[in-house]
Design a protein around this ligand. Structure first.
Ligand code: F6P
Length: 547
């Protein structure tokens, strides 16, 4: 047991509590007193311009938060991560997603061995394979070229490539079809394959462990679909199935040739893995060069996080702002609101990254926490959200810090008319953060001639905090930069909260129980130890199934 002080008893923590107790200034006043904050509270990293001026903070707040980061040795843990130390304590593993984008000549050691050559060997193997699929050189069992790629995986083995494929759609080979199957609901695989020709379809089975029941079940059904469509010859599997995994034994057991396996390693967490072999479907879609551009983007932010001083370190600042709201202002959630159609799956991806990492209530040394940890992360593309849930952000009762992500230029082969819509999109983007920050006073409402009884309804208190992340264009590199920014932000928060951001024991119980309950549903078997509520539900299910 560690005898380090509990977080909430640290003087740096209580100093923040005292600071909070002094009351919050209104953003209107903060800007009136100090218009310079619009330029001062901006941090640039790579192509990202990150504006945090519309936060409920002063220089003093920032200084106190930085003192908390120093006291909890965030940078010490960061350096241990980059050095390859086993900072994932409960699984006794290094945490080295940063090695996945290290340059060829870098040296990153795990247990004394430089892992960078292995990383690049797999990237080269992926590039070769992706090139062959894209050119048509890799053909299916009947000699037809591959036209459809179906990635089967779940969690980190699905969300990353599925999200990045959407984000980078303008860069994808439009003559290929990509689908992503994750749900063990048979409808997912059915809808993904119903209009495909098996002779032209490549399945990528993505599973770090290769034991995840949803993925193995879907992969088994995909194999049946393929063999049925191709006349039952088992040899077809070799041309239509590849695996992405750390578990060569299980891959072989499944019937996939180890030559068709793209490896990664136990020091890559599932939710940090889409820039590993798990990104093969994406690489086929955008090509090896674009994939490497994306890795370069990740590396820009890795280097920034590793070397930038605390006061100009973007992931540190964003992480600390989240701590300010979650631990001192009662925020329970964090909205991520991209103003780009292509980022439609971005927030869903961040949900796993953030909530699986920091949804913990035990410290690294096993003691319980008595402070809030990871927030509920949510959001969808901004303009759609404006006509759905923004009402609650503007006039509801909750504290909801939000990230607004937008771009100066549209991407893709849009017509001039559609390109011109971009300014309207971004007008909404800027208008929303303005309205959230500064609201509308009763006097301003009255000045518009609003009847007195409606003034209170049409008043906006404002003071809703937002970060504005702006870049010129949504390129592969910019995507890598954004993801690395959030990865390291999550890291910072886990470090301050003293939790292990790299395990996920919370998802294990459900998996074990599902395996125990399944025989009761399929064979009507008794499940020993089933609680009364679940037993009644299972009985009702069986009855309904029979009717
Ligand atoms: O949801 C739990 C989890 O272990 C995730 O962390 C992981 O991304 C996902 O399941 C899939 O695991 P695998 O890649 O081993 O199939």
């Amino acid at each position: 047991m560690s005898d380090s002080p509990l977080l909430t008893r640290r003087p740096e923590w209580t100093a923040l509590e005292d600071h909070r107790a002094e009351g919050l200034t209104q953003l209107r006043e903060l800007f009136a007193d100090d218009p310079g904050r619009a330029e001062r509270y901006v941090v640039r990293v790579g192509d990202l311009r990150i504006d945090y001026s519309k936060h409920l903070i002063t220089d003093e707040t920032l200084a106190l938060l930085q003192e908390l980061a120093a006291a909890t040795d965030v940078f010490g843990l960061r350096d241990a991560m980059f050095r390859g130390e086993k900072i994932n304590l409960t699984e006794d593993r290094a945490v080295l997603h940063t090695a996945l984008r290290a340059s060829r000549d870098a040296v990153v050691k795990v247990d004394g061995e430089n892992v960078v050559p292995q990383v690049h060997a797999v990237l080269d193997k992926m590039s070769d394979f992706a090139g062959r699929v894209r050119s048509g050189e890799w053909t299916g069992h009947t000699g037809k070229r591959i036209r459809n790629v179906v990635n089967i995986g779940i969690g980190g083995s699905d969300l990353g490539p599925a999200m990045a494929y959407e984000v980078l759609r303008p860069y994808t080979a439009r003559d290929l079809t990509f689908r992503f199957v994750s749900n063990v609901d048979g409808a997912d695989l059915h809808e993904a394959t119903r209009d495909l020709d098996p002779a032209e379809t490549l399945f990528i089975v993505a599973s770090k462990t290769f034991t995840t029941i949803e993925t193995i079940t879907n992969a088994t059904s995909a194999r049946s679909w393929l063999l049925e469509g191709l006349g039952g010859d088992d040899k077809a599997v070799a041309k239509h199935f590849v695996a992405l995994s750390t578990n060569a034994g299980k891959v072989t057991e499944f019937g996939i040739d180890p030559d068709n396996m793209f490896e990664f390693w136990d020091w890559v967490g599932g939710r940090y893995s889409y820039d590993s072999a798990i990104g093969l479907s994406l690489m086929i879609a955008i090509g090896p060069d674009r994939f490497r551009e994306m890795l370069d983007g990740f590396r820009i932010v890795d280097e920034h996080f590793r070397t930038a001083p605390a006061e100009a370190n973007a992931p540190l600042i964003l992480g600390l702002l989240g701590i300010w709201y979650g631990n001192f202002l009662g925020a329970q959630s964090h909205a991520v609101l991209p103003y780009s159609h292509y980022l439609s799956k971005f927030t869903a991806y961040l949900q796993q990254l953030d909530m699986e990492s920091n949804g913990k209530s035990v410290q690294r040394d096993g003691r319980p926490v008595d402070w809030q940890t990871g927030p509920v992360v949510w959001g969808t593309p901004g303009t759609n959200g404006q006509h759905a849930y923004y009402q609650l952000i503007h006039q509801g009762t909750k504290v909801i810090p939000a990230d607004f992500i937008g771009f100066a230029r549209p991407v893709g082969e849009l017509s001039d008319e559609l390109k011109a819509q971009h300014d309207l999109l971004m007008a909404n983007f800027f208008a929303q953060t303005q309205a959230l920050a500064f609201g509308k006073t009763p006097d301003e409402v009255r000045a518009e001639g609003v009847p007195e009884e409606l003034v209170v309804h049409k008043t906006f208190k404002g003071n809703h905090p937002t970060t504005t992340i702006l870049a010129r264009e949504l390129t592969p590199s910019v995507l890598g930069q954004l993801i690395a920014l959030y990865e390291h932000k999550v890291f910072v928060q886990g470090a301050v909260w003293n939790i292990d951001s790299f395990d996920q024991w919370g998802v294990e119980l459900g998996k074990v129980l599902a395996k125990r309950v399944e025989p009761a549903l399929t064979e009507g078997a008794d499940v020993p130890g089933l609680d009364a509520s679940t037993a009644a539900l299972v009985a009702a299910y069986r009855e309904l199934k029979e009717v």
